[in-house]
Each structure stands twice: as structure tokens, then as C-alpha cells.
Design a binder for this molecule. Structure first.
Ligand SMILES: *[C@@H]1O[C@H](CO)[C@@H](O)[C@H](O)[C@H]1NC(C)=O
Ligand SMILES: *[C@@H]1O[C@H](CO)[C@@H](O)[C@H](O)[C@H]1NC(C)=O
Length: 180
């Protein structure tokens, strides 16, 4: 009895080693089945810029720390293929982000890229932590519809520019690893 337990134990340890060795060797990332770059423009609503603004804070920071902790912003932002926010948008980004770190700027995003053009119709749903002080951050593409039916992948964010709290632009490198 003891002997067979010992054998089972050794077997488990060995198989675990084999599994972890295998997962290490296949660490190199697969190639995306679709890869494209889009720019996200966020123009924060002030008081007199209804025409221009594309996002608005719906809560004010409650005062926990100095990094806007708790501030929630809802947006309907234009998505373009170049850096000009006035270029013809290829999609809209509709969703929200909120600041969720006490000691630094850090946000959490959840939004849908809504494509409604002759080239693309459908949606991509994106969510994840935006660790704003990192040069590049990965968020998840958790699903899609239409031309992006059942898509999944990664969006790499890079802050391209910002004008204080008024405007920021993010380069989104969208890499899909599941395409149908
Ligand atoms: C998509 O575009 C068509 C044609 O411009 C328009 O009629 C329709 O309302 C749009 N749909 C959405 C959800 O924006
Ligand atoms: C719209 O917002 C952008 C970004 O903040 C700014 O550069 C531009 O001057 C604004 N345009 C108008 C008409 O207010």
C-alpha cells in the first residue's frame, strides 16, 4: 500500500515536471491571425465644448489620494487610422474607464469598438487594466461580433500624446489570435 502511494507520488511529481518543461518550451507567442493599428482619441468635456468633447466624467474623485481615484469617465470616442482626431473615424469606442489606484495614475477600461463602415461591420469588446505609467500595456479582446465574430486577442496600448486632462491619444495595436 505504502509502496504504491510512493509510486503514485513519484509519478505525479515526474508528470508535473514534464508538463511544466513542455509549457516553457512553447512560450513563444503564436502569430496573430489579424493585426491592425488604430488610434483612440479622448476629448474630455469641460463646460462649453459640447460640439468637440467625446467623453465626460460622471463622478468626481472622492479625495482618496492625489491620482483621481474613483473618477469614472464615460466615452463615445472616435477611432481613426491616423493621429488626426478629425480624420474620418473607422469605428467608435463606447464604454468607460475609471481611476483605481491610490498611489499613482492607473485606470481600468471596458469598452466596445463599434465598426459601422463599408470596410467593417461588427464589434470588438475590450477590457483590462491600463497601467498608465508603463510605456505599453496589454488589454484583452474578450469577444466580437459581425466581421469579428467570436474574435479574441490582445490590444497593446501606448499613450501617443496628451494635453493635460483635456485630450489624450492612445495607439492601439490590435492583435487577434482567434479569427473565423
Ligand atoms: C451604420 O451606418 C448606416 C449607414 O450610414 C446607418 O444607417 C446606421 O444607422 C449606422 N448604425 C449605427 C449603429 O450607427
Ligand atoms: C477640440 O479638442 C482638441 C483636443 O483637445 C483641441 O485641440 C481642439 O482645439 C478642440 N477644437 C475646438 C473647436 O474646440
Amino acid at each position: 500500500m505504502v509502496k504504491s502511494f510512493l509510486f503514485l507520488f513519484i509519478f505525479l511529481v515526474l508528470s508535473k515536471t514534464v508538463i511544466s518543461a513542455r509549457s516553457k518550451s512553447s512560450k513563444s507567442q503564436p502569430k496573430p491571425c489579424k493585426n491592425f493599428v488604430l488610434y483612440y482619441h479622448d476629448i474630455m468635456f469641460g463646460v462649453d465644448d459640447v460640439q468637440n468633447a467625446t467623453s465626460a466624467a460622471v463622478t468626481n474623485p472622492p479625495g482618496l489620494g492625489n491620482f483621481k481615484f474613483g473618477k469614472l469617465v464615460i466615452f463615445d470616442d472616435p477611432i481613426t487610422t491616423d493621429k488626426n482626431y478629425q480624420s474620418e473615424p473607422v469605428a467608435r469606442a463606447q464604454g468607460f474607464y475609471f481611476y483605481d489606484m491610490k498611489n499613482d495614475y492607473n485606470a481600468w477600461f471596458a469598452y466596445t469598438l463599434v465598426f459601422n463602415s463599408t470596410q467593417h461591420k461588427g464589434t470588438l469588446n475590450i477590457m483590462g487594466a491600463d497601467l498608465m505609467m508603463e510605456k505599453s500595456r496589454d488589454l484583452s479582446v474578450v469577444g466580437g461580433t459581425g466581421d469579428f465574430f467570436m474574435s479574441r486577442g490582445i490590444v497593446t496600448f501606448e499613450t501617443d500624446t496628451f494635453e493635460g486632462a483635456k485630450y489624450f491619444r492612445v495607439k492601439m495595436n490590435i492583435k487577434l489570435y482567434e479569427c473565423y
